[in-house]
Design a protein around this ligand. Sequence first.
Ligand SMILES: [Zn+2]
Length: 195
Amino acid sequence: MLDSLGEISTDYSNKAQNWPALILNADYRPLSYFPLSLWSWQDAIKAVYLDRVDVVAEYKEVVRSASLILPIPSVIVLKSFIQPSRRVPFSRFNLFLRDEFKCQYCGKESNNLTFDHVIPKCKGGKTKWENVVAACNICNLKKAANSARQVGLKLATPPSKPSPEILLNKGRKFPPQNLHATWRDFLYWDVEFEE
Ligand SMILES: [Zn+2]
């Protein structure tokens, strides 16, 4: 049972063409990291207009209407603090991040990771943190609808639901690409930024 998931993208360059604004909580930390909290420029400008946010940094680009010219915000900060969610979304990216983008059977890194149900779906295995791991094509095909033991595969660690802190720590090893330069001061990734 092969759930092919294709490429995992942490490249923000496409989104950057739409001038997204990085949203900071009132404590100047990103509202979320995975995924990174970004708003469209339209939503960012609306929030500025409604006085819900302060603008921290701007793009060079502007939007024009009949009566005014507004620089597009690149970083905005909420005026009131929002309690960050403790919920870690069960997403493809978060699952691969938990498993550090490595096959949990052979330990190899792969650009073509798939999901593997430890207890196969056809045997009642659920799609949840505790039963899904990252696996390379080869191990996934080998395992198919068997248990790992039946085909001589062994799990590196039993899968579990990660806390936001664990995910954030693992995230430090996998910086996204093409983050905007004005976001640098508010993010922890030590990466080269595009001007
Ligand atoms: Zn493998």
